[in-house]
Design a protein around this ligand. Structure first.
Ligand SMILES: Nc1ncnc2c1ncn2[C@@H]1O[C@H](COP(=O)(O)OP(=O)(O)O)[C@@H](O)[C@H]1O
Ligand SMILES: [Mg+2]
Length: 321
């Protein structure tokens, strides 16, 4: 029997996914982007909770959106940039575009130049549009809401306004801002790009989750159907939690030199999977109100007590309260 002995764990927990063969689902999202770009929608907003797969989608757009090379995509991540000034942001954006289009950075004005001479901005656009020819430029702006931060009082307002101005002014320029909050929590952004099409990035469908489970280990590790159902019931198709469970299952199978995953194996790795996805779970917990946290805690304590006494989990764990 083939087993995962000596194999590297192929599941990924945490970093965004660049490899097309390890990325699953989201087909309708890519079609949504294709349709809207072809219909000349200059701004498309994407939103979704943390670790649901937003950055991974952006990494894949270039490979999965099919528009006959009429669009060039440039990715910029605003994570850790919430303290940047307007000029620093613009400079970084220009630098990324220059690099992607292979334009010599000799044409790139310095941040100091930009601060001193407002016309330098439009001058930055000249070499970009020259190089583009008749293609369009799409800016993929990850963690865009980071700029809309209480502690940043200057940079982002100017940047938002500038971006809006050039997007509507330059026929060949498109943007796809991605935010990690509900759009209703970002009235300023919505107002700025009023009427822009938007789409939430949510759980993976069943078929894609199934492929995420099976495909990375095809040929050396098999999942029994009931084990697959169990994983999907636990993760609800959340890609990050599915990856964490499968990562733990793979590690266990490799250690025990087993070639098949059964439902009982899934039961055995749950604690480990919870530890592996602690960062993601902590984020969910932080979003709960104190009374909600108390309910979860009561359920956990009641279950643990029952486990210690070798009893089945209590029917009404909230009795403790
Ligand atoms: N389409 C996908 N296919 C497989 N795994 C995914 C997918 N989307 C997200 N993941 C999993 O979720 C994790 C977080 O993805 P990421 O794109 O960084 O999320 P976000 O940017 O929304 O925080 C990845 O490390 C991976 O484990
Ligand atoms: Mg991200």
């Amino acid at each position: 029997m083939r087993t995962p002995r000596n194999k590297r764990n192929p599941y990924i927990i945490g970093r965004s996914i660049d490899e097309p063969e390890l990325f699953f689902g989201r087909e309708s999202l890519f079609r949504f982007i294709e349709d809207n770009l072809s219909n000349n929608q200059k701004v498309i907003l994407l939103h979704g909770q943390r670790r649901i797969g937003k950055s991974s989608v952006l990494q894949q757009i270039r490979k999965q959106v099919n528009l006959d090379n009429k669009f060039v995509f440039v990715l910029l991540d605003f994570q850790d940039k919430n303290q940047w000034s307007f000029h620093e942001i613009i400079h970084k954006l220009a630098e990324e575009i220059f690099e992607r289009l292979a334009i010599s950075t000799n044409y790139l004005a310095s941040i100091q130049d930009l601060e001193q001479d407002a016309d330098k901005f439009s001058q930055l656009l000249n070499p970009i549009f020259q190089k583009l020819g008749n293609r369009n430029l799409v800016l993929l702006l990850d963690e865009f809401d980071v700029l809309n931060n209480e502690s940043n009082d200057s940079g982002f307002e100017d940047f938002f306004r500038y971006l809006r101005q050039i997007v509507y002014q330059e026929k060949q320029l498109f943007i796809i801002p991605v935010v990690g909050r509900r759009l209703s929590d970002m009235p300023k952004l919505l107002k700025l790009f009023k009427g822009a099409p938007h789409l939430g990035i949510g759980l993976l469908d069943r078929f894609s989750t199934q492929r995420l489970i099976i495909k990375p280990v095809r040929g050396f590790l098999q999942y029994n159907d009931r084990a697959i159902n169990k994983i999907i019931r636990l993760s609800a198709g959340h890609p990050y939690f599915t990856q964490a469970i499968c990562y733990a299952l793979f590690a266990q199978a490799r250690e025990k030199e087993k070639g098949q995953i059964l439902p009982s194996d899934v039961d055995r790795v749950i604690d480990n999977a919870i530890e592996l996805s602690e960062a993601g779970l902590a984020w969910f917990r932080e979003g709960l109100l104190i009374p909600e946290r108390v309910v979860f805690l009561a359920a956990a304590v009641a279950q643990e007590k029952a486990r210690q006494k070798n009893q089945s989990p209590p029917e009404n764990p909230l009795k403790l309260l």
